[in-house]
Design a protein around this ligand. Structure first.
Ligand SMILES: [Zn+2]
Ligand SMILES: [Zn+2]
Length: 804
């Protein structure tokens, strides 16, 4: 050995550690405190504008261990994006402390609302606990966040809990670093928290007997009466995390029918909240992936396949569809309403549907709920903790084993989408007019708002403005640019056009869909992909209604490579509500007679048929459309599956359900007829490769002729439905192969509302992969118009300054 002095491992190491991501409002500082003290480290931790800042000092091994575990062992609701550290001179200090927050929280992420955790549930049911049956029990690992935040930084006085000063006992827990409720902003107890009340409707003669338009006297806990009312078939408005639900006993057909009637709901399915996952398992099949979603902290509605033997049980809840949306309780009040183990039995399955009249936005303010929901309910189970922004339940389905967000809202908002590179200017994208969602992009992040809804009434437009303001506030963003749909009639577009101060970038609808999928998959958007955008409606650059589009797109622009052949959309919205009109329009375009024995002809009243015939012949009030959604409607009608759409995409969803049943139950040897489209190649298609030519068109005429032949042979609708799905997937493969041959592109993205169809999505992905393509589908951002704003934002960011 030499006389070199070995490093003295007993010398303390000090490091500054910066953790970024979702690290505030999720119990991160107490976690750091516990971790550091457990490892015998000195130092401190504090919230800063950019995350959590830690200094730790102690033995080398312990400091290394700390830096690993701060990421690996982070609390359940945290999301650690980066951990950076640098060495500091050791100070010899002792003890570990939590310092008060410093600085505004620019760029700090607000966590989403989260389901009541297991520890809180134990206390909720424990008669010895001081929060026994407390309907607002919460801790750092659970409870409301996004919906109660009024500003930054995330502290109690910047939430709607500001009006509930903590009692001494709660304050002790709040200030005790070792406590599960240390700095949990929404905590409270029976003494200091919000209060429940049951307000019983005066005007409903069939309301509960001891109701007289007053609060039940002396009822400090109104839950038992609310449970009895539900058991007796009443409909209650129940205030939740992000708004009011309408609740009734899902197993009570009369109550469900009454709710459907009062809500003017048509056949639209209701979501069901079940007491336990076993209650769901009796009615629906649950895969591991679906189970994982149901019990996740986001507690979304998960669309599940009904058990065949249980089909009758909930027929009133979701008539006709093979799938049914289920969720588990996610607030303490839900758990109380469905009954703790020691409670007398009550309904185990509740319809829990967003409290609104059809078309209107979700009710979330108490006065509004009392006024607007009066015609719908027998009582209101409400409380005095305000909801700052409304947030509907999220909806997912599992496709090929992966969760697909159909509606991205509570539990997911406001988690950001990471962008591959920073946007040049902060941008607000306003989305579309259906399923409206806004998006704020700033730096390398994009934040999508909660589901706002359809922009056809004033109340929704107000909700849209409010959602935009809150999103800008919590992300600390001042947008310098706006992005909107190309459609001149969209309210969202007009709102952007009215802004005098900021430039507004119009983005073609299907380009936005494709860009949304590219952004979700982290594409920088500089090279083109093959974008398959299938949906119901989107304004095209030629003024037609597009919707069956193959675009070669990057963020800056697109070339329309192929589309469905145009057919007349007779009477706009009327054609959407009556799928038989689309079927007849397609038959007319294909030169096929409207034979009286066809299901679509039979469904169309004779006088309407005459008018329709003239309308199509003369092109009156007939916009040309290449909509894939409308083609699904037409086939659904022709196959006799659905003639009237009481809610959006009903005909297409029922066609998918029929195809899915056939796929599953048909004998394996069953080989359906192959339906096909005619591809028309434009005259200039033989120009030099890589030049953009006039689009190819896909004509479904041969498909309609083949289906009519099958109908004559009494082919079952399920077989026709599956044959049609296969034909569309074959078409996608064929068109993508043509695009690859001509332009050398290997990557395909699938987007648009039609790709919420699992049979189609799965069929397309399988064929494309077999053909050697890289396939990107949308999972974390909805493929439907709920994901549109993300695409608008990245397209706007790619527009050169001179072009705005
Ligand atoms: Zn908890
Ligand atoms: Zn208290």
């Amino acid at each position: 050995m030499t006389d070199l002095v070995a490093p003295d491992t007993r010398t303390a190491l000090r490091r500054e550690v910066t953790v970024r991501g979702i690290v505030q409002g999720v119990g991160f500082r107490p976690f750091v405190y516990g971790l550091a003290t457990g490892l015998g480290l000195a130092g401190h931790v504090t919230n800063t504008g950019s995350g959590v800042l830690i200094e730790v000092e102690g033995a080398h091994e312990a400091v290394y261990d700390f830096c690993d575990r701060v990421r690996l062992d982070a609390p359940a609701l945290a999301r650690v994006d980066t951990v950076e550290h640098r060495e500091l001179p050791a100070s010899g200090s002792a003890g570990f402390s939590i310092l008060t927050s410093r600085g505004a929280a620019a760029g700090t992420l607000i966590p989403p609302d989260s389901a009541t955790c297991a520890e809180c549930l134990v206390q909720l049911a424990d008669p010895a606990d001081r929060r026994y049956r407390h309907p607002f029990i919460t801790c750092t690992n659970c409870g409301p966040r996004f919906t109660i935040v009024t500003g930054q930084p995330y502290d109690r006085d910047q939430t709607t809990m500001a009006g509930f000063p903590m009692c001494a006992a709660c304050a002790r827990e709040y200030h005790e670093p070792a406590d599960r409720r240390f700095h949990a902003q929404p905590i409270s107890c029976h003494d200091c928290g919000p209060r429940l009340r049951l307000h019983i409707a005066r005007q409903n003669p069939d309301a509960h007997a001891d109701a007289n338009g007053r609060e039940p006297a002396g009822a400090s806990d109104p839950v038992p009466l609310a449970r009895r009312m539900l058991a007796d078939g009443a409909i209650l408005a129940v205030k939740g995390i992000g708004g009011y639900h309408l609740a009734c006993d899902a197993a009570n057909r009369d109550a469900v029918a009454l709710l459907r009637r009062r809500k003017s709901r048509g056949d639209k399915p209701f979501a069901v909240m079940a007491r336990t996952i076993d209650d769901i398992a009796e009615l629906a099949e649950i895969s591991d992936a679906e189970r994982g979603l149901l019990v996740s902290t986001a507690r979304p509605i998960v669309l599940l396949r009904r058990r065949a033997e249980a089909r009758g049980a909930l027929e009133a809840v979701a008539p006709g569809l093979a799938e049914l949306g289920f969720m588990l309780p996610y607030t303490p009040l839900h758990h109380l309403l469905l009954g703790l183990d020691a409670d007398p039995p009550g309904p185990r399955l509740l319809v829990m549907t967003s409290a609104n009249l059809s078309g209107e936005p979700l009710a979330f303010e108490d006065e509004d709920a009392l006024a607007r929901l009066a015609p719908l309910v027998d009582g209101w189970l409400m409380h005095d903790r305000p909801i700052h922004v409304p947030c509907d339940d999220s909806v997912l389905r599992v496709c090929d084993g992966e969760p697909l967000l159909v509606r991205r809202s509570r539990g997911y908002v406001p988690l950001p989408v990471d962008l591959p590179e920073p946007v040049r200017r902060p941008t607000l994208a306003v989305g579309g007019d259906l399923k409206n969602v806004l998006c704020v992009a700033s730096g390398s992040r994009a934040w999508l708002s909660a589901h706002v809804g359809d922009m056809d009434d004033m109340a929704t437009q107000r909700a849209f403005e409010r959602a935009g303001q809150q999103l800008l506030a919590i992300t600390n963003t001042t947008p310098e640019m706006l992005a909107a749909d190309l459609h001149p009639g969209y309210r969202s577009t007009q709102w952007a056009q009215r802004d005098p101060a900021r430039p507004h970038v119009p983005v073609q609808h299907h380009h936005a869909h494709v860009a949304s999928a590219m952004a979700e998959h982290g594409f920088d958007g500089r090279s083109r992909v093959i974008g398959v955008a299938f949906d119901g409606t989107g304004y095209g650059t030629d003024g037609a209604i597009w919707g069956g589009e193959i675009l070669l797109a990057d963020y800056a622009g697109f070339h329309r490579f192929a589309h469905l052949a145009y057919v007349p959309l007779p009477g706009g919205d009327t054609a959407v509500r009556r799928p038989y009109r689309m079927a007849l329009s397609h038959l007319a375009a294909a030169g096929i007679a409207w034979s009286p024995e066809l299901p679509c002809t039979r469904a169309c009243p004779e006088d309407e048929r005459h008018i329709l015939g003239r309308q199509i012949e003369r092109g009156l009030n007939c916009v040309p459309t290449s909509s894939m959604g409308r083609l699904f409607d037409a086939v659904s009608s022709l196959a006799g599956v659905c003639q009237y759409a009481g809610y959006e995409a009903q005909a297409a969803m029922e066609l998918e359900a029929a195809a899915a049943r056939w796929q599953r139950d048909a004998p394996a040897a069953e080989e359906g007829r192959r339906y096909r489209f005619d591809l028309r190649v434009p005259a200039d298609a033989h120009a030099s490769p890589s030049t953009d030519t006039a689009p190819l068109t896909a004509d479904p005429a041969p498909l309609f002729a083949a289906i009519i032949e099958d109908l004559a042979h009494e082919t079952p609708p399920g077989r026709i439905a599956l044959g049609f799905h296969d034909a569309v997937a074959d078409l996608v493969r064929e068109l993508c192969a043509a695009a690859r041959e001509r332009h050398g592109l290997e990557t395909v993205v699938l987007s648009g509302g039609v790709f919420a169809n699992a049979v189609l999505s799965s069929g397309c992905a399988r064929r494309l992969r077999e053909a050697g393509f890289r396939v990107c589908r949308q999972w974390r951002v909805p493929p439907n118009d709920g994901g549109l704003a993300l695409g608008q934002a990245v397209v706007a960011a790619a527009v050169r300054d001179g072009d705005v």
